[in-house]
Design a protein around this ligand. Structure first.
Ligand SMILES: *Cc1c(COP(=O)(O)O)cnc(C)c1O
Length: 344
Protein backbone atom coordinates (compact mmCIF):
# COMPACT_ATOMS: atom_id res chain seq x y z
CA UNK A 1 0.00 0.00 0.00
CA UNK A 2 1.35 3.44 -0.92
CA UNK A 3 2.76 5.42 1.94
CA UNK A 4 3.95 8.91 2.78
CA UNK A 5 6.83 8.99 5.23
CA UNK A 6 7.34 12.08 7.34
CA UNK A 7 10.83 12.66 8.65
CA UNK A 8 10.72 13.85 12.21
CA UNK A 9 14.42 14.66 12.06
CA UNK A 10 14.00 16.87 8.98
CA UNK A 11 11.07 18.72 10.52
CA UNK A 12 13.02 19.45 13.71
CA UNK A 13 16.06 20.47 11.71
CA UNK A 14 13.91 22.95 9.73
CA UNK A 15 12.33 24.31 12.89
CA UNK A 16 15.69 24.95 14.55
CA UNK A 17 17.20 26.40 11.39
CA UNK A 18 14.31 28.84 10.97
CA UNK A 19 14.13 29.80 14.63
CA UNK A 20 17.86 30.48 14.86
CA UNK A 21 17.53 32.79 11.85
CA UNK A 22 14.44 34.58 13.11
CA UNK A 23 15.55 35.06 16.69
CA UNK A 24 14.02 34.11 19.99
CA UNK A 25 11.82 37.16 20.60
CA UNK A 26 9.48 36.31 17.72
CA UNK A 27 7.13 33.35 18.13
CA UNK A 28 7.06 30.74 15.37
CA UNK A 29 3.55 29.60 14.55
CA UNK A 30 3.06 26.61 12.26
CA UNK A 31 0.64 26.86 9.37
CA UNK A 32 -1.13 23.51 9.25
CA UNK A 33 -3.89 24.42 6.83
CA UNK A 34 -5.03 22.07 4.07
CA UNK A 35 -4.13 18.91 5.91
CA UNK A 36 -0.75 20.41 6.81
CA UNK A 37 0.08 21.06 3.14
CA UNK A 38 -0.94 17.50 2.37
CA UNK A 39 1.46 16.03 4.93
CA UNK A 40 -1.26 14.95 7.39
CA UNK A 41 -2.78 17.19 10.04
CA UNK A 42 -2.46 14.84 13.01
CA UNK A 43 1.07 13.70 12.17
CA UNK A 44 2.37 17.23 11.66
CA UNK A 45 0.63 18.37 14.84
CA UNK A 46 2.61 15.76 16.75
CA UNK A 47 5.89 16.99 15.24
CA UNK A 48 5.02 20.68 15.72
CA UNK A 49 4.13 20.08 19.34
CA UNK A 50 7.39 18.20 19.90
CA UNK A 51 9.20 21.35 18.71
CA UNK A 52 7.37 23.38 21.33
CA UNK A 53 5.12 25.18 18.85
CA UNK A 54 2.15 26.71 20.67
CA UNK A 55 0.25 28.59 17.97
CA UNK A 56 -1.06 27.14 14.72
CA UNK A 57 -3.14 28.28 11.79
CA UNK A 58 -5.53 25.88 10.11
CA UNK A 59 -7.98 26.25 7.29
CA UNK A 60 -11.33 26.07 9.02
CA UNK A 61 -13.49 24.88 11.89
CA UNK A 62 -13.13 21.19 11.00
CA UNK A 63 -9.36 21.32 10.92
CA UNK A 64 -9.32 23.35 14.15
CA UNK A 65 -11.32 20.67 15.98
CA UNK A 66 -8.95 17.96 14.75
CA UNK A 67 -5.91 19.67 16.29
CA UNK A 68 -7.63 21.13 19.33
CA UNK A 69 -5.87 18.87 21.81
CA UNK A 70 -2.41 19.58 20.52
CA UNK A 71 -2.06 23.35 20.89
CA UNK A 72 -3.12 26.16 23.25
CA UNK A 73 -3.66 28.65 20.38
CA UNK A 74 -5.43 27.64 17.20
CA UNK A 75 -6.72 30.00 14.54
CA UNK A 76 -9.13 28.94 11.80
CA UNK A 77 -8.24 31.15 8.84
CA UNK A 78 -11.50 30.76 6.93
CA UNK A 79 -15.15 30.40 7.76
CA UNK A 80 -17.18 30.40 10.92
CA UNK A 81 -17.84 27.58 13.42
CA UNK A 82 -20.55 25.08 12.55
CA UNK A 83 -21.21 23.92 16.09
CA UNK A 84 -19.60 23.97 19.51
CA UNK A 85 -15.90 24.54 19.88
CA UNK A 86 -13.31 24.80 22.63
CA UNK A 87 -12.46 28.29 23.92
CA UNK A 88 -8.91 28.26 22.61
CA UNK A 89 -9.95 28.24 18.95
CA UNK A 90 -9.94 31.70 17.36
CA UNK A 91 -11.81 32.67 14.21
CA UNK A 92 -10.81 35.27 11.66
CA UNK A 93 -12.97 38.32 11.02
CA UNK A 94 -12.85 39.23 7.35
CA UNK A 95 -16.15 41.03 7.10
CA UNK A 96 -18.86 42.64 9.24
CA UNK A 97 -21.30 39.70 9.18
CA UNK A 98 -18.73 37.51 10.91
CA UNK A 99 -19.01 39.51 14.12
CA UNK A 100 -22.64 38.60 14.70
CA UNK A 101 -22.13 34.95 13.82
CA UNK A 102 -19.82 34.33 16.78
CA UNK A 103 -20.93 33.72 20.37
CA UNK A 104 -19.90 36.13 23.12
CA UNK A 105 -16.45 35.38 24.51
CA UNK A 106 -15.08 33.91 21.25
CA UNK A 107 -11.47 34.71 20.48
CA UNK A 108 -11.04 36.46 17.16
CA UNK A 109 -8.24 37.69 14.94
CA UNK A 110 -8.89 40.65 12.68
CA UNK A 111 -7.56 40.37 9.15
CA UNK A 112 -6.53 43.68 7.61
CA UNK A 113 -5.65 44.29 3.97
CA UNK A 114 -2.12 45.65 3.71
CA UNK A 115 -1.87 45.67 -0.07
CA UNK A 116 -2.52 42.18 -1.39
CA UNK A 117 -6.16 43.14 -1.99
CA UNK A 118 -7.38 39.63 -1.37
CA UNK A 119 -8.96 39.35 2.07
CA UNK A 120 -9.27 41.54 5.11
CA UNK A 121 -10.79 44.87 6.04
CA UNK A 122 -9.32 48.26 5.17
CA UNK A 123 -7.22 50.40 7.50
CA UNK A 124 -10.01 52.99 7.68
CA UNK A 125 -12.49 50.36 8.91
CA UNK A 126 -10.45 49.13 11.88
CA UNK A 127 -12.07 51.36 14.51
CA UNK A 128 -15.57 50.46 13.39
CA UNK A 129 -14.78 46.73 13.42
CA UNK A 130 -13.03 46.80 16.77
CA UNK A 131 -15.80 48.73 18.51
CA UNK A 132 -18.39 46.36 17.00
CA UNK A 133 -16.60 43.23 18.08
CA UNK A 134 -15.97 44.60 21.57
CA UNK A 135 -19.66 45.50 21.83
CA UNK A 136 -20.49 41.93 20.84
CA UNK A 137 -18.23 40.66 23.66
CA UNK A 138 -15.63 39.03 21.41
CA UNK A 139 -12.01 38.85 22.51
CA UNK A 140 -9.54 40.37 20.05
CA UNK A 141 -6.43 38.19 20.27
CA UNK A 142 -4.75 39.08 16.99
CA UNK A 143 -4.51 41.61 14.18
CA UNK A 144 -2.80 40.43 11.04
CA UNK A 145 -2.26 40.82 7.35
CA UNK A 146 -0.65 38.73 4.67
CA UNK A 147 2.28 39.97 2.61
CA UNK A 148 1.76 38.56 -0.87
CA UNK A 149 5.10 39.85 -2.15
CA UNK A 150 7.51 37.84 0.00
CA UNK A 151 8.86 35.89 -2.97
CA UNK A 152 9.47 38.89 -5.19
CA UNK A 153 12.40 41.26 -5.39
CA UNK A 154 10.56 44.54 -5.63
CA UNK A 155 9.28 47.46 -3.58
CA UNK A 156 5.80 46.05 -3.04
CA UNK A 157 7.04 43.88 -0.20
CA UNK A 158 8.39 46.90 1.69
CA UNK A 159 5.27 48.97 1.00
CA UNK A 160 3.13 46.20 2.43
CA UNK A 161 5.27 46.08 5.58
CA UNK A 162 4.96 49.87 5.93
CA UNK A 163 1.19 49.57 5.62
CA UNK A 164 1.20 46.94 8.35
CA UNK A 165 3.21 49.27 10.59
CA UNK A 166 0.41 51.86 10.14
CA UNK A 167 -2.17 49.19 11.00
CA UNK A 168 -0.32 48.39 14.23
CA UNK A 169 -0.09 52.08 15.19
CA UNK A 170 -3.80 52.48 14.61
CA UNK A 171 -4.66 49.45 16.79
CA UNK A 172 -2.32 50.62 19.58
CA UNK A 173 -4.08 54.00 19.70
CA UNK A 174 -7.48 52.26 19.80
CA UNK A 175 -6.32 49.92 22.59
CA UNK A 176 -5.69 52.96 24.79
CA UNK A 177 -8.88 54.71 23.70
CA UNK A 178 -11.15 51.70 24.36
CA UNK A 179 -9.08 49.96 27.03
CA UNK A 180 -8.55 46.52 25.49
CA UNK A 181 -5.41 44.39 25.78
CA UNK A 182 -3.03 44.66 22.82
CA UNK A 183 -3.57 41.75 20.41
CA UNK A 184 -0.66 39.87 18.83
CA UNK A 185 0.48 41.31 15.51
CA UNK A 186 1.63 39.20 12.57
CA UNK A 187 2.14 39.78 8.86
CA UNK A 188 4.81 37.42 7.57
CA UNK A 189 4.79 33.92 6.10
CA UNK A 190 7.88 31.83 5.27
CA UNK A 191 9.47 33.93 2.54
CA UNK A 192 8.71 37.28 4.16
CA UNK A 193 9.89 36.15 7.59
CA UNK A 194 13.20 34.82 6.25
CA UNK A 195 13.64 38.00 4.26
CA UNK A 196 12.84 40.47 7.06
CA UNK A 197 15.05 38.57 9.47
CA UNK A 198 17.96 38.94 7.01
CA UNK A 199 17.27 42.57 6.10
CA UNK A 200 15.90 44.61 8.99
CA UNK A 201 14.77 42.26 11.70
CA UNK A 202 11.18 41.36 12.52
CA UNK A 203 9.06 43.69 14.61
CA UNK A 204 5.95 41.47 14.76
CA UNK A 205 5.05 39.23 17.71
CA UNK A 206 4.73 36.10 15.62
CA UNK A 207 5.46 34.71 12.16
CA UNK A 208 3.26 32.21 10.33
CA UNK A 209 5.55 29.58 8.83
CA UNK A 210 4.08 27.13 6.35
CA UNK A 211 6.12 25.81 3.45
CA UNK A 212 9.58 26.31 5.00
CA UNK A 213 8.82 23.96 7.90
CA UNK A 214 7.97 21.28 5.33
CA UNK A 215 11.39 21.85 3.76
CA UNK A 216 10.69 24.10 0.78
CA UNK A 217 11.49 27.77 0.16
CA UNK A 218 11.71 28.55 -3.51
CA UNK A 219 12.34 32.29 -3.59
CA UNK A 220 14.05 34.68 -5.98
CA UNK A 221 16.35 36.21 -3.35
CA UNK A 222 19.38 34.47 -1.96
CA UNK A 223 19.13 33.64 1.73
CA UNK A 224 20.94 31.46 4.23
CA UNK A 225 17.97 29.14 4.83
CA UNK A 226 16.76 27.73 1.49
CA UNK A 227 19.81 25.58 0.74
CA UNK A 228 19.71 23.92 4.16
CA UNK A 229 16.05 23.02 4.51
CA UNK A 230 15.24 19.31 4.42
CA UNK A 231 12.15 17.87 2.80
CA UNK A 232 9.85 16.28 5.34
CA UNK A 233 7.63 14.14 3.11
CA UNK A 234 8.48 11.30 0.75
CA UNK A 235 5.91 9.33 -1.22
CA UNK A 236 6.36 5.59 -1.78
CA UNK A 237 4.37 3.38 -4.14
CA UNK A 238 4.16 -0.40 -4.06
CA UNK A 239 4.21 -2.73 -7.02
CA UNK A 240 0.86 -4.05 -8.21
CA UNK A 241 2.09 -6.28 -11.01
CA UNK A 242 5.07 -6.96 -13.26
CA UNK A 243 5.31 -8.34 -16.80
CA UNK A 244 7.87 -8.71 -19.55
CA UNK A 245 6.82 -7.26 -22.89
CA UNK A 246 8.24 -7.29 -26.40
CA UNK A 247 9.46 -4.30 -28.35
CA UNK A 248 6.51 -2.47 -29.86
CA UNK A 249 4.12 -3.32 -27.02
CA UNK A 250 1.86 -0.41 -26.07
CA UNK A 251 1.05 0.40 -22.48
CA UNK A 252 -1.87 1.95 -20.64
CA UNK A 253 -4.80 4.04 -21.86
CA UNK A 254 -4.65 4.70 -25.61
CA UNK A 255 -1.34 2.87 -25.60
CA UNK A 256 0.49 6.17 -25.29
CA UNK A 257 3.80 4.55 -24.44
CA UNK A 258 5.33 2.13 -26.94
CA UNK A 259 8.28 0.00 -25.87
CA UNK A 260 11.43 0.37 -27.96
CA UNK A 261 13.05 -2.75 -26.51
CA UNK A 262 11.81 -5.89 -24.79
CA UNK A 263 11.35 -4.71 -21.22
CA UNK A 264 10.30 -5.67 -17.76
CA UNK A 265 7.60 -3.28 -16.66
CA UNK A 266 5.62 -2.85 -13.44
CA UNK A 267 2.68 -0.87 -12.22
CA UNK A 268 2.68 0.95 -8.86
CA UNK A 269 -0.26 1.88 -6.68
CA UNK A 270 -0.40 5.66 -7.05
CA UNK A 271 -2.61 7.43 -9.57
CA UNK A 272 -4.44 10.68 -10.00
CA UNK A 273 -7.17 9.38 -7.68
CA UNK A 274 -4.53 9.59 -4.96
CA UNK A 275 -4.00 13.25 -5.74
CA UNK A 276 -0.79 12.73 -7.66
CA UNK A 277 -1.27 14.70 -10.90
CA UNK A 278 -2.09 12.73 -14.01
CA UNK A 279 0.99 12.15 -16.16
CA UNK A 280 0.02 12.50 -19.81
CA UNK A 281 2.05 12.51 -23.01
CA UNK A 282 2.71 16.23 -22.40
CA UNK A 283 4.71 15.59 -19.21
CA UNK A 284 8.06 14.06 -18.45
CA UNK A 285 7.98 13.00 -14.83
CA UNK A 286 10.58 10.90 -13.04
CA UNK A 287 10.66 9.11 -9.72
CA UNK A 288 13.31 9.91 -7.12
CA UNK A 289 15.66 7.32 -8.64
CA UNK A 290 15.03 8.53 -12.18
CA UNK A 291 12.52 5.98 -13.53
CA UNK A 292 10.13 7.71 -15.89
CA UNK A 293 6.46 7.56 -14.91
CA UNK A 294 5.12 6.43 -18.25
CA UNK A 295 2.19 8.29 -19.77
CA UNK A 296 -0.61 8.04 -19.29
CA UNK A 297 -0.97 7.35 -15.62
CA UNK A 298 -4.31 5.95 -14.45
CA UNK A 299 -6.60 6.77 -11.57
CA UNK A 300 -4.98 4.21 -9.26
CA UNK A 301 -1.65 3.28 -10.76
CA UNK A 302 1.21 4.20 -13.06
CA UNK A 303 3.76 2.15 -15.00
CA UNK A 304 7.55 2.22 -14.85
CA UNK A 305 10.34 0.29 -16.55
CA UNK A 306 11.42 -1.28 -13.32
CA UNK A 307 10.58 -4.22 -11.12
CA UNK A 308 11.46 -3.06 -7.62
CA UNK A 309 8.78 -4.01 -5.10
CA UNK A 310 8.57 -0.46 -3.72
CA UNK A 311 9.70 2.79 -5.30
CA UNK A 312 10.09 6.29 -3.99
CA UNK A 313 7.88 8.48 -6.19
CA UNK A 314 9.43 11.62 -4.69
CA UNK A 315 11.46 12.79 -1.77
CA UNK A 316 11.41 16.33 -3.17
CA UNK A 317 8.54 17.59 -5.33
CA UNK A 318 10.41 20.52 -6.88
CA UNK A 319 11.13 18.87 -10.26
CA UNK A 320 7.71 17.27 -10.41
CA UNK A 321 6.11 20.67 -9.76
CA UNK A 322 8.14 22.13 -12.64
CA UNK A 323 7.14 19.28 -14.94
CA UNK A 324 3.48 20.10 -14.27
CA UNK A 325 4.01 23.86 -14.54
CA UNK A 326 3.09 24.50 -10.93
CA UNK A 327 4.59 25.05 -7.49
CA UNK A 328 5.53 22.56 -4.80
CA UNK A 329 2.60 23.73 -2.62
CA UNK A 330 0.10 22.44 -5.18
CA UNK A 331 1.67 19.01 -5.62
CA UNK A 332 1.86 18.53 -1.85
CA UNK A 333 -1.61 19.80 -0.89
CA UNK A 334 -3.26 17.52 -3.45
CA UNK A 335 -1.97 14.31 -1.89
CA UNK A 336 -5.00 12.34 -0.84
CA UNK A 337 -5.66 12.24 2.91
CA UNK A 338 -6.37 8.52 2.52
CA UNK A 339 -2.74 7.66 1.73
CA UNK A 340 -1.15 6.18 4.83
CA UNK A 341 1.20 8.59 6.62
CA UNK A 342 4.00 7.39 8.85
CA UNK A 343 6.33 9.44 11.00
CA UNK A 344 9.84 8.08 10.78
C1 LIG B 1 -0.75 29.85 3.79
C2 LIG B 1 -0.57 31.00 4.65
C3 LIG B 1 0.65 31.23 5.31
C4 LIG B 1 1.89 30.37 5.09
O1 LIG B 1 2.52 30.67 3.90
P1 LIG B 1 3.90 29.92 3.52
O2 LIG B 1 4.33 30.57 2.27
O3 LIG B 1 3.55 28.49 3.30
O4 LIG B 1 4.81 30.10 4.67
C5 LIG B 1 0.72 32.28 6.20
N1 LIG B 1 -0.36 33.07 6.41
C6 LIG B 1 -1.53 32.89 5.79
C7 LIG B 1 -2.65 33.80 6.09
C8 LIG B 1 -1.68 31.86 4.89
O5 LIG B 1 -2.85 31.68 4.28
Amino acid sequence: MAEITLSSESYKHNFHLISSHIGTDVEIAAVLKDNAYGHGLEQMSILARECGIKSVFVKNYNEALRVSEYFPHITALYGMPEGDFPQHIAFVINQKEHINLLPKGTKVELKVNAGMNRNGIELGEIEDFITSLLARGLELVGVFSHNGYGDDIDEAFTHTQERFADIKECVKVLAIKYGFALPRFHSLSSSGAIRMASERGISDDLVRIGIALYGYLDVAFSNPISPHLRKVAALYADRVSTRTLDAGARIGYSGCTTLEYPSRISTYDIGYGDGFFRVSERHKVYTAKGYQILPRSSMDCFSCLCDEPRICVFDDVSDIAKAFGTISYEILTHLSPSIKRTII
